[in-house]
Design a protein around this ligand. Structure first.
Ligand SMILES: [Zn+2]
Length: 621
């Protein structure tokens, strides 16, 4: 018995010694790692914030010119709706008080109208509101006796709808004449997991604004003699936006990248059109500075031995052309299955050259692991040079953590480049669920970690904690529009890429270009020709620069108030910004020296800081 116990002990000891030996063999040492003399850090630990649900009460202030969202159930995807409205620049407030909502001229009831979620008095008042000229928009109108008001006989739940097709003969849909706008995707054809609960409105009395792929009514509207309108969405646009922002709709679009797909933008555009039609003081914020139609963000992923030297040739062109690009650089100080070390003394000199050319230095992780999305969060105390992740194969990486990848790369690149690093893109766009809070904990502000076609839209958006529905993050996402790895060589795709820019430009949005500088000639020629082709309608620059502007715009509030002379636009910009562009309602204009007219009711403001009152005069009666 005793002998057996000793034998077992010896066996256990031998096994643990073997495991330790294997482990230590995986920690890169010697010439497998590059040590920068005297560099250790970062000192400051990264601590991930606990989840504290975002309250809708943070969005309840504002004047009556805004779109009012009457929240009928706070356990819903309202955060997706709020972030979508911020992205498209529509002024709104959220309330659970129907009397307050009905002081506005356009009211969106979200996420449903039913006898159970709204009091009888509220339902009656909503009907009265329409009869006195108000615009009532309901999402999921399920009962409460309002079927006749919205102009349908019955409502039927469905889980299998995948597309929504807009009737272009109707005025509010007039702008949706691109095929990808006329018919949007809301779920994948063959993946039930992406599907969402929708409703058919049966026997509509007026031609529906939109139908599903089988012709069933998806959005119905009834117009009254009072001028009032009642419009019902049969699908949850807040949930569509939330899922799209949380990267839960991969495979819904026909494309992964390089295509126009505004499926999550179009419902917001329809809401904007309903708002403008129903609210005489409807104004909004344009998505790009100085009334430009697109923001072209030129980005490069430096994740290969030769790329870092080639980068300098791209940067030389970009500086000469008068703009900065973003270089997402892998902090490659470990030799592994992926590649040789390229962030060494030579790499550091190239990086200094990029910084001297005023390019943005950003992080493309340490390990560039394809399985980054499976990494543990980490301690937040990881430091260079002790943090040594090792990529063993495509599916195996040892010693990597999410926080280690973020904070150690950020530290090293900032030290070598002599500037703060605020933007991140993961290798292979491998995207852990905890990435948003890990980015915030490591002091990043901007992420470019998904494609626009996976996010189903062409606007930046605010990320959510754990890519979930409860808490918003301070980090913004700028999805990739065009990349250089899928499909034909880039130069052959130039025409398509320019066409895509023009399609996004019609409604305004971002265009994030990704070029790997692994080769120079053809790809640099593509970049040069694309920039030349779009420059007259594009803001061109780095993610950091646009991101700072976008974050400042995201915090701007806008209210219009009627005055005897016309109206006054009250703008509050907590962070100062330049080139903010307003879209004003027809018949109202600022004084000549207060803003620059650019047509279509759009006006570019100079520097805006704090609280600004902009008088608007009537231009016609
Ligand atoms: Zn990469």
């Amino acid at each position: 018995m005793k002998q057996r116990a000793v034998l077992l002990m010896v066996l256990l000891l031998a096994m643990s010694a073997f495991v330790a030996a294997v482990r230590s063999a995986r920690i890169p040492v010697g010439d497998q790692i590059h040590l920068f003399e005297g560099l250790t850090g970062p000192e400051k630990p990264s601590r991930v914030a606990a989840e504290v649900p975002t309250s809708w009460r943070g969005f309840e202030d504002g004047g009556t010119s805004r779109l009012a969202i009457l929240l009928s159930d706070e356990d819903s995807a309202w955060l997706g709706l709020v972030h979508g409205l911020r992205s498209i620049g529509l002024p709104f407030l959220v309330t659970d008080d129907y009397e307050r909502a009905l002081q506005h001229r356009v009211v969106l009831v979200y996420p449903r109208i039913s006898g159970r979620t709204l009091a009888p008095g509220a339902l009656q008042s909503l009907a009265g509101f329409v009869h006195t000229g108000g615009t009532l928009v309901g999402v999921n109108v399920l009962g409460g006796g309002l079927e006749a008001l919205f102009g349908f006989a019955e409502v039927a739940p469905r889980r299998d709808h995948t597309r929504v097709r807009f009737d272009l003969a109707q005025a509010v849909n007039a702008g949706f004449d691109d095929p990808r706008e006329a018919e949007i995707r809301i779920a994948a054809e063959r993946n039930a997991a992406t599907g969402m609960g929708t409703h058919d409105y049966l026997a509509p009395v007026q031609a529906p604004l939109a139908v599903y792929e089988d012709g069933a009514a998806a959005i119905v509207e009834r117009v009254f003699d009072s001028g009032g309108r009642a419009c019902a969405f049969g699908f949850d646009l807040g949930l569509l936006l939330l899922k799209a922002h949380n990267r839960r709709l991969e495979g819904v679009s026909d494309d992964y990248a390089n295509a126009y797909d505004p499926s999550a933008d179009v419902p917001l555009r329809l809401l904007a059109a309903l708002y403008r039609r129903g609210e005489p003081l409807a104004a909004s914020l344009e998505p790009v500075p100085d009334a430009q139609r697109i923001a072209l963000l030129v980005t490069h992923d430096v994740d290969y031995l030769r790329s870092i030297a080639n980068s300098v040739r791209y940067a030389a062109y970009e500086r000469e052309a008068g703009f900065a690009a973003t270089y997402f650089i892998q902090a490659k100080y470990v030799r592994d299955w992926n590649d040789e070390i390229f962030l060494d003394e030579t790499g550091a000199r190239h990086l200094e050259r990029l910084a001297a050319l005023q390019m943005e230095i950003a992080s493309h992780s340490v390990a560039h692991s394809a399985v980054f999305d499976t990494f543990a969060l980490g301690s937040g105390d990881e430091t260079y040079p002790d943090y040594r992740p090792f990529v063993k194969s495509r599916n195996r990486t040892y010693g990597g953590t999410i926080l280690g990848e973020l904070r150690v790369s950020r530290f090293l690149l900032a030290e070598l480049g002599g500037m703060p690093v605020v933007s991140f893109r993961p290798g292979h766009l491998s995207n852990p669920r905890l990435l948003p809070q890990a980015l915030a904990a490591s002091d990043y502000r901007y992420s470019s970690s998904v494609t626009a076609n996976v996010s189903l839209g062409h606007l930046p958006f605010r990320l959510n904690h754990s890519r979930d529905s409860r808490m918003e993050s301070d980090v913004f996402e700028f999805p990739i529009t065009v990349e250089d790895e899928l499909g034909a060589p880039m130069l052959e795709r130039l025409g398509d890429a320019v066409d895509l820019a023009k399609r996004i430009a019609r409604h305004g949005g971002i265009y994030v270009l990704l070029i790997h500088p692994d080769t120079v000639e053809d790809k640099l020629s593509f970049e040069r020709q694309l920039v030349e082709a779009v420059r007259e309608f594009a803001w061109v620059g780095a993610l950091q620069e646009f991101g700072a502007w976008w974050a400042a715009r995201d915090a701007v509030t806008l209210d219009l108030r009627a005055t005897p002379a016309g109206a006054v636009a009250e703008i509050v910009a907590p962070t100062p910004l330049e080139g903010l562009t307003l879209r004003l309602p027809p018949g109202l204009a600022p004084e000549a020296d207060a803003a620059t007219a650019v047509g279509d009711g759009r006006w570019v403001l100079g520097r805006v800081e704090g609280r600004v009152a902009l008088p608007l005069r009537r231009t016609r009666d």
